[in-house]
Design a protein around this ligand. Structure first.
Ligand code: GLP
Length: 245
């Protein structure tokens, strides 16, 4: 794991964006794994700026989002598709049909999970995967539990996760109870993982994930096994990890 610590979120976002852009510059038809949440918004802004300056184009790239809420169609304001449209898809030059995201409104969710997994298998290997972590250690929506799944699946969200994600919804009870998430298999197979966390709140869970044992109760701990994991943290978030080095 390559640990990169920054004094400001601005510097972190730029460095992480360069790392992602580098992959696409070297391989224009790169397959990129995307994540949602507050954490990667700055990185997406920086990718937009690099695109505007003509330093990177997404025209030949294909994207695969790691998760979507069940029950929200893609144009629902709180869907992850809408999030991606706002923060990246509308701002850069992806080719129509090249941005993949599980369909949370599919009538048969198991069939949709299988369709998405087949799509990932066809892709073979993601060139870069952007990731962050939930306060309870989840990655994508792979929630803590006694077992972890490798393949795309339907998951029941924990109360903690619904609470943590409720800010984006009119009220906590509006947060969907289920999601479709990529399993850890496709993420772990990616050639490179660009992992980011900032703001300080994730310091304790990061200590467990990166300094503790590999434990299905902390899904993020599995990332320790990835051979090309870049970890971008701001100084506030790195305290418990950096102190022990
Ligand atoms: C979300 C997503 C994750 C994300 C996490 C943290 O629900 N499914 O991909 O990493 O929760 O989100 P945030 O960055 O808002 O803290």
């Amino acid at each position: 794991m390559q640990l990169k610590i920054f004094q400001s979120e601005e510097e972190l976002d730029l460095a992480a964006a360069y790392s992602v852009a580098q992959v696409i510059i070297e391989k224009p038809h790169a397959k990129i794994g995307l994540a949602t949440g507050q954490t990667p918004i700055g990185l997406y802004e920086k990718l937009f700026q690099l695109f505007e300056k003509g330093q990177v184009s997404f025209k030949q790239a294909t994207s695969y989002n790691i998760d979507e809420y069940v029950g929200l169609d893609r144009d629902h304001p709180q869907s992850f598709y809408s999030f991606m449209k706002t923060h990246l898809f509308s701002n850069v030059d992806f080719t129509e049909g090249h941005m993949h995201i599980p369909n949370g409104a599919a009538p048969d969710l198991e069939a949709e999970a299988k369709r998405y997994e087949d799509l990932l298998n066809e892709a073979g290997q993601l060139d870069v995967q952007i990731l962050s972590i939930g306060l309870n250690g989840h990655i994508g929506f792979n929630e803590p539990g006694s077992t972890l799944q490798a393949e795309t699946h339907v998951v029941t969200l924990t109360q903690d996760t619904r609470q943590a994600n409720s800010k984006a919804f009119p009220s906590p009870s509006d947060v969907p109870k289920q999601a479709i998430t990529m399993g850890l298999g496709a993420m772990m197979k990616a050639r490179k993982i660009v992992f980011i966390a900032k703001g300080g709140a994730k310091a304790a869970i990061l200590k467990q994930a990166f300094k503790g044992p590999i434990d299905p109760l902390v899904p993020g701990s599995l990332l320790q096994l990835h051979p090309n994991l870049e970890v971008y943290l701001d100084a506030k978030t790195a305290t418990l990890i950096a102190d022990e080095r």
